[in-house]
Write a protein that binds this ligand. Structure first.
Ligand code: BGC
Length: 731
């Protein structure tokens, strides 16, 4: 009865939804939601606050009773359809099916860190949009993405899931991913709130200690940007921040998220993070963990079953007010309404499955991947492979490994769908050159028995494409590394092959910055492929052959050696800036100053000439917008893209200001001989930062700026902000 009434009402709601303010057109309005809540038992209410994962313990009877409101990890079309069909709520409340759709559902796109290397938010928008369309078509309605945690220590394996070390880049990419997922029909979850990427020593799940200023200036902007772009859900982090688990952290969840930012969506705990408070040592038992999480504002318990166990009783005894539970339930039902779940029709999984991985999606995956590769070195034009080459030796297990084209978090990606580097090159050179393959060593390269055969193949060839790096199980969640060099015996393999004196193009698969100082002198070219996705092999062949120029830039600084990390371009100054010939300055005695490859760096097959940057007005007030322009000419002989980047530095502040900060960037496509003027706009308010009390302050004073093709750009000038002010007061 009620269900059919809701259906009628939802039709009405869909007609009037021109007035809806949410990103999606809600199919049930607030009045209907309140009516539903008034009919629900406490068990049904808590069911809406319970998310359960697909595993052997899954409580099917509870699902059938409507006491599980959402599920995760039903990853295939068949599993999603099955769980949806078995959910029977007395009141017709639909089940929410969520999944980690991180960089693709069935069609796998480059990993998010690779997207950031494109310095083109449209790349990530398109990847997210197609991923969402695929996932939604099989009944998945929400993704646990984007992961927007800033990652400044590459030992942390989850760097691969985010946008690198810079808050501006991360914010722009976070917002673009939210828009892409939403336009493809998926709800989004910003995660992991907050500061997860700062786990001490890059060791996953480790504790986080940081100042309020660092939290607000560096780590929070990317979450805020994703929320402003319309993210519906926020996931807490596993870590304790300042000793308080993020899942019970009132300062993060109540003061910042709800009060300061006005977030009224759903907060979900990370998987088992409520129970893990027991190990953090901040609660005595599960009941107390429930109380702390709920009171901090966690609406949904992800797979702990702790809300189910303790929340109904806590309401009966008055420990938790029913109105507080109703408020959380309301948020969940509003989310379901916004996602259109009340009017979702049953899905035929076979029909949906057949439409996945369409030729269009594959083509997009190939085009987008090409923009993410970063050329770090190209001595004697080793790349592109010369048309005169007749025999190419492809060496290294990663060149033929399908899962490693996909990378971690590949949702429903089927390994068989991935095009490997060997296959891509064989297709590209068919009838033109022979492409032969030798594994040399297994992916982690612990065993060297295969080296001889690989070296022999290389000896008989006139060009070596060497595929090395990290197999995907070395990155992602729990994939922390203590040593950022190439794994196992890979560097020895490089040295042995170098002795042959043949051109070597090193293609690296990796999900973080690596410490490569032992490598460049042995090879001609280094191309970072990250994990390039289903069409990785074809996209790499497009670039290695010279059909397309590489154009990516590093979203994270590459150290020379692991001991330098964290090493970021936008660090704070010291009282003793590093100087090679002054001993008592801030540096190491056993390595050279600075990174091996700087943030924002990446080469092209073409050459670009940059004019001198111009600034329209060098005295500005707080409400002005600075306009920088620069002429860029493609002086080479092939069409290529360049990324122009703007950096600033506030000379004097009440607190030390970073030596450089990325403020704007733009990718520009240029034909040979073509010149374009690139204009970069910077609202003066974007120069503000966080005052001691949490408000944002813009200070008057002189700023340096640089415009160029990396964070080491040298051409620039100065401008003056004539008067400062608080640009966002604390509430
Ligand atoms: C991860 C989350 C993920 C969740 C559900 C956790 O282990 O930290 O990022 O969304 O699992 O798969």
């Amino acid at each position: 009865m009620l269900l059919s009434r809701l259906r009628r009402l939802s039709l009405f709601a869909s007609l009037i939804c021109g007035a809806c303010t949410s990103a999606f057109a809600a199919d049930v309005n607030d009045e209907m939601i309140d009516h539903l809540i008034s009919q629900m038992t406490i068990e049904e209410k808590v069911g809406q606050l319970t998310m359960a994962s697909a595993d052997s313990q899954f409580d099917w009877p509870a699902l059938a009773r409507g006491e599980i409101g959402s599920v995760l990890n039903y990853a295939t079309p068949y599993a999603a359809a099955d769980v949806l069909s078995r959910a029977k709520s007395r009141l017709g409340i639909p089940l929410l099916v969520a999944l980690d759709v991180i960089h693709g559902y069935r069609t796998i796109f480059p990993v998010p860190l690779a997207d950031a290397a494109s310095f083109d938010p449209d790349v990530t928008y398109r990847s997210a949009r197609i991923s969402a369309e695929e996932a939604r078509s099989v009944g998945i309605a929400l993704t646990f993405a984007p992961m927007v945690d800033l990652a400044r220590d590459p030992r942390w394996g989850r760097m691969v899931e985010g946008s690198g070390e810079d808050p501006t880049l991360a914010s722009i990419f976070s917002a673009a991913r939210v828009r892409g997922f939403r336009d493809g029909g998926l709800g989004t979850t910003v995660k992991h709130f907050a500061g997860y990427g700062a786990a001490e020593a890059g060791r996953d799940y480790n504790s986080v200690e940081m100042s309020e200023a660092q939290l607000r200036d560096l780590y929070l902007p990317s979450y805020h940007a994703a929320i402003d772009a319309g993210a519906e859900m926020v996931m807490t982090a596993f870590v304790a921040v300042g000793g308080i688990p993020a899942t019970a952290n009132q300062h993060l969840l109540r003061d910042i998220l709800r009060r300061d930012w006005g977030f009224d969506g759903v907060v979900v705990s990370d998987l088992h993070a409520i129970r893990e408070m027991l190990y953090h040592g901040t609660v005595r038992d599960e009941h107390e963990a429930m109380l702390q999480a709920f009171r901090a504002g966690v609406d949904i318990d992800m797979d702990d079953g702790i809300y189910q166990k303790y929340l109904p009783e806590a309401v009966r005894t008055g420990e938790i007010a029913m109105s507080a539970v109703d408020q959380s339930v309301r948020r969940v039902l509003q989310l379901k309404a916004r996602l259109g779940l009340f009017r979702q029709q049953p899905i035929d999984p076979a029909a949906a499955d057949a439409k996945l991985l369409s030729p269009g999606a594959r083509q997009a995956a190939r085009e987008l991947a090409r923009k993410t590769f970063v050329l770090l070195q190209n001595q004697s034009s080793t790349l592109p492979i010369s048309p005169s080459v007749k025999k190419i030796a492809v060496i290294g297990g990663l060149a033929a490994s399908r899962p490693d084209q996909h990378g971690p978090d590949a949702a429903d990606g089927h390994n068989l769908d991935a095009i490997t580097l060997v296959e891509g090159l064989q297709a590209r050179y068919k009838g033109k050159a022979e492409v032969a393959y030798a594994e040399a060593c297994e992916m982690h390269c612990h065993r060297i028995e295969g080296f001889d055969a690989a070296i022999e193949l290389a000896r008989q060839s006139d060009y070596i494409v060497l595929a090395l790096g990290e197999p995907r199980d070395m990155t992602g969640e729990a994939g922390s590394r203590a040593d950022l060099r190439l794994p196992g015996h890979q560097t020895e393999l490089v040295e042995l092959l170098a002795k042959l004196g043949k051109p070597i193009a090193l293609v690296l698969f990796n999900g973080r910055a690596l410490a490569l100082e032992d490598v460049p002198s042995h090879v001609g070219a280094i191309l970072i492929a990250w994990y390039p996705g289903s069409e990785g092999g074809n996209a790499l062949a497009d670039v290695l052959s010279g059909d397309v120029s590489p154009s990516g830039k590093l979203p994270v600084s590459f150290p020379k050696t692991t001991g330098q990390v964290p090493i970021t371009y936008n660090h704070l100054p010291t009282g003793r800036p590093a100087m090679a010939n002054d001993f008592f300055t801030s540096k190491y005695v056993d390595t050279q100053i600075g990174p091996l490859y700087a943030f924002g760096f990446g080469m092209s097959y073409s050459d670009f000439k940059l004019g001198l940057p111009k600034l329209a007005n060098d005295r500005v007030g707080p409400d002005d917008v600075l306009t920088f322009s620069i002429d860029v000419t493609n002086t080479g002989d092939m069409a290529a893209d360049e990324v122009i980047q703007l950096y600033t530095h506030q000379q004097i502040g009440m607190r030390s200001r970073p030596v450089r900060e990325l403020k704007a960037f733009q990718r520009v496509a240029l034909k040979p001989g073509e010149t374009k003027q690139v204009t970069l706009k910077l609202p003066v308010q974007d120069l503000s930062y966080t005052d001691q009390d949490g408000s944002r302050i813009l200070e008057a004073g002189t700023f340096d700026f640089w415009v160029g093709d990396s964070s080491e750009a040298t051409d620039g000038g100065q401008f003056v902000v004539t008067d400062g002010r608080h640009v966002m007061a604390v509430k």
